[in-house]
Ligand binder design. Structure first.
Ligand code: PGA
Length: 247
């Protein structure tokens, strides 16, 4: 049985003091006993949020990292810095980073490798645009993205990775994929992992759905056989997140 994982992607929202306020609103109401619950907050809020969540089971994630160990990369954050702080998760290759910051599949692969090297759990995002869906290439694209993201990664490490299937047309739009659409693509991603590695890795790896998940649709999506939880944007920075997690 795969343990569900529900992660909030706060994106570029909430100042550090607002972040602490939100944590204080949410933390006692969220049930993190049965599922992994992760708050992926902006870098500057990692320290205050870590302090605010002390004594809870809620885990912390960053939204990006650099693939080099250190050096002249102004404005970047390394895996070793995150590890040293006690951060457990890091989102890699979110569609917004691919679109606005030029992240390619090869860069995603380098980042996944670096995260794993430092014992961080990558949440690797894949997903298609509306145009690609309409052209019937969704499965081809997510297979391609997944194959490159996992290039050169051992089966022991692959099992630790979380994949987030996020159709770009569903992100922040209020248009959710149907549970059947979401499950179909998550199953296809699981299949490609089985092809790269073996059935065991494919059965163990956790695959989330993301894209306009909210308190009203979380249950039906997360109960689908190939969907192991969600990566949640808008609804993760509201009191509603309690209902998404406790579905
Ligand atoms: P959304 O964002 O829930 O606001 O659609 C999801 C994401 O981008 O991870």
């Amino acid at each position: 049985m795969r343990k569900k994982i529900i992660a909030g992607n706060w994106k570029m929202n909430k100042s550090p003091s607002e972040a602490v306020e939100l944590c204080n609103q949410l933390k006692d109401k969220i049930n993190a006993d049965q599922a992994d619950v992760v708050f992926c907050v902006p870098f500057v809020s990692l320290v205050p949020v870590q302090e605010a969540l002390k004594g809870t089971k809620i885990q912390l994630g960053a939204q990006n990292l650099h693939y080099q160990d250190n050096g002249a990369y102004t404005g970047e954050i390394s895996a070793s810095m995150l590890k040293d702080m006690g951060i457990q998760y890091v989102i890699i290759g979110h569609s917004e980073r691919r679109e606005y910051f030029g992240e390619t599949d090869s860069i995603v692969n380098l980042k996944v490798k670096k995260a794993l090297e430092f014992g961080l759990t990558p949440i690797v995002c894949v997903g298609e645009t509306l145009q690609l869906r309409e052209q019937g290439t969704t499965i081809d694209l997510v297979r391609y993205q997944t194959k490159i993201a996992f290039d050169g990664i051992s089966s022991a490490n692959a099992k630790k990775v979380v994949i987030a299937y996020e159709p770009i047309w569903a992100i922040g739009t209020g248009k959710t994929a149907t549970k059947e659409q979401a499950n179909e693509v998550c199953a296809a991603i699981r299949q490609v992992i089985k092809e790269i590695y073996n059935d065991e890795v494919g059965e163990e790896i956790r695959i989330q759905y993301g894209g306009s998940v909210n308190k009203d649709n979380a249950k039906e999506l997360f109960e689908m056989p190939d969907i192991d939880g969600g990566l949640v944007g808008g609804a993760s920075i509201k009191a509603d997140f309690v209902h998404v997690v406790n579905y």
